[in-house]
Ligand binder design. Structure first.
Ligand SMILES: O=C(O)c1cc(C(=O)O)c2c(n1)C(=O)C(=O)c1cc(C(=O)O)[nH]c1-2
Length: 557
């Protein structure tokens, strides 16, 4: 069984992987060093397993390893248990999805959580399913919300302080983003904390009686009129790391996209919020993009690290800036661009913590347009698919660098009139994603959070969409849409190994050890938001093939 202690210690115990992020700080760092620049030429596949069926599309899952088993989710809300040594299938669960699901950005899933004898994952119709790790039998199932109103769930649930923490997706449909805590063994709700200012949330007692949390008083303060009631800020989840009992959630864009309809900061959209795991109260928030007008969905993970003096958190935001905040207070410590072209702001003021906006680069107000139906079109960079999107970065305590999968692109974007209608897209904007140049779009960047310098980069033609792993063997691992899993020297960026997995990699690699041997695994299967929403870039990479498999590697004896 998986205990709280095992989850807390995950980063230090390379014999298993029992959390998304390989440890609660989400550093995706493993101390293992059997595989290194000297030995890696002997790295070969041990097994590969196909997710099969007709259901392929994007595969973004981080595998978990426990008790000799691999637990890996797949597209269309599927989960497999495999023998970690041989790849033999132990069981499969296919969630029965209704026809009307509305995930915005492909039928993906990022992974599961382990707790006690259970493996728990979220589904595209906004449910949570807990299965017995041994048999795959459903132990409990709970509905998060109504998929017909646009709710879905894609992120891996997280365990903190003995609770199961989950977010919601659906920002493009005017849902209200929130974080929920449940008893992981039963699925019973413990607290609910919406992350749109005005909503206060609830706690539940042992008998399931609901109690409103505190008194609102701030309803709509940073939102005009009733817009906070459909304010978006989906907590597509993506991450948390309990440090001082806090869970950090990135929040999505405010709804609708047309920012002229919602004068004000629109808290707590496009922010990092730190939530007290015990009470469900927001302890601090830092807003990366106040009054967002570009869909700079700030769900990116807040990865905490010890800089010697204090615990800080790094976040490579969709909006093109890398932020360093004090993990305890949220105070901004550093902020700098990690992509070459940023049009919407000239920088982040370290004193006030606010961006210096470039007003003429905000898409215009449609009511001010010639026909009242289309606002001024602007070219904005990064594109709404972001300087970085869902793919989790890594941090190495050895090199003290962050390894960030970044993309250079822009978009034409304009606003249109819009009114909220349940279950309908709630954007009020049109857009086309564009390339900034004919050159490579992707770049894996090694970033020094102190100096803001890019220490090295490894460029990639297609936009990078897979997460990163770094290891004590001085290696950085990531996959490419072109299908390669590759490893580079963590200090220099020199690529020392690559392997073709058969389809694009949009998932984070993992590593573990068993009986003295180090294993590496990654899921392969091209998809996610790029082929669906990528405009000119989607056309540029339309030769990439779909797939659905997991690969495992170790050193040849
Ligand atoms: O606002 C939301 O609720 C929401 C959810 C998700 C998701 O659940 O994956 C994505 C996005 N937004 C989004 O804006 C986005 O670019 C995106 C890309 C991806 C992906 O997996 O490739 N998901 C999402």
């Amino acid at each position: 069984v998986v205990t709280d202690k095992m989850i807390e210690d995950d980063a230090k115990t390379p014999g298993d992987i029992v959390s998304w992020g390989i440890g609660q700080q989400g550093q995706r760092y493993s101390p293992l060093k059997q595989i290194n620049a000297q030995t890696i030429n002997k790295l070969v596949p041990v097994w590969s397993f196909s997710f099969g069926g007709e259901k392929q599309r994007g595969q973004e899952s981080q595998p978990l390893i426990h008790d000799g088993k691999m637990f890996v989710t797949a597209s269309y809300s599927r989960i497999f248990a495999l023998d970690a040594k041989t790849g033999a299938k132990l069981w499969k669960y296919e969630h029965r999805l209704p026809d009307g699901i509305m995930p915005c950005c492909d039928v993906i899933n990022r992974g599961a959580a382990l707790y006690d004898n259970l493996v728990i994952f979220a589904t595209l119709d906004a449910q949570l399913v807990a299965l017995d790790q041994k048999t795959g039998d459903v132990v409990w199932k709970e509905k998060i919300d109504d998929y017909a109103a646009g709710y879905s769930a894609s992120a891996a649930p997280l365990i903190a302080g003995g609770l199961l923490l989950t977010g919601v997706s659906g920002g493009e449909f005017g849902v209200v983003g929130r974080v929920e805590a449940r008893n992981p063994k039963t699925g019973a709700l413990v607290w609910v904390r919406p992350v749109v200012e005005g909503h206060m949330g609830y706690t539940f007692d042992k008998d399931g009686n609901k109690k409103e949390n505190g008194i609102s008083g701030t309803a709509g303060k940073s939102w005009p009129g009733d817009l906070w009631k459909t304010g978006g800020a989906a907590t597509a989840g993506r991450h948390l790391q309990p440090e001082d009992g806090l869970a950090y959630f990135g929040t999505g864009n405010p709804a609708p996209w047309n920012s002229h309809l919602r004068k004000g900061d629109n808290l707590f959209s496009c922010s990092t919020v730190a939530i007290d795991v015990k009470t469900g109260q927001i302890v601090w928030h830092y807003q990366n993009t106040p009054n967002d007008g570009w869909d700079f969905d700030g769900v990116n993970e807040f990865v905490t690290y010890d800089d010697g003096a204090q615990i800080l958190g790094g976040k490579a935001d969709r909006n093109g800036f890398f932020y360093v905040n004090d993990a305890k207070t949220g105070k901004l410590v550093n902020a700098f661009p990690f992509v070459k072209k940023v049009t919407w702001a000239t920088g982040i003021d370290l004193k006030t913590g606010r961006p210096n906006f470039v007003p003429e680069n905000r898409p215009g107000d449609p009511t001010a347009g010639a026909d009242g139906k289309k606002g001024n079109v602007v070219y904005a960079a990064p594109s709404f698919l972001g300087g970085k999107n869902q793919m989790p970065m890594a941090y190495s305590p050895d090199t003290k660098l962050f390894y960030v999968p970044a993309n250079e692109w822009g978009m034409e974007i304009w606003n249109e009139p819009i009114t909220y209608k349940k279950g309908a897209a709630y954007l009020g904007a049109g857009f086309t994603i564009k390339t900034n140049s004919d050159g490579p779009i992707g770049a894996l960047r090694a970033i020094d959070p102190k100096s803001g310098k890019i220490v090295w980069e490894a460029t990639n033609n297609a936009p990078l969409w897979g997460g990163v792993l770094t290891t004590g063997g001085n290696l950085v691992w990531w996959g490419t849409p072109e299908g390669f899993l590759q490893a580079a020297d963590a200090k220099t960026g020199k690529i020392v190994w690559k392997f073709q997995t058969g389809s694009g990699v949009v998932a984070p690699p993992v590593t573990w050890e068993d009986k003295g041997e180090q294993y590496v695994a990654v899921v392969s299967g091209w998809g996610g938001a790029v082929p669906l929403w990528g405009g000119d870039v989607a056309k540029k990479v339309n030769y990439l093939e779909q797939g659905g498999s997991v690969w495992v590697f170790k050193l040849m004896k």
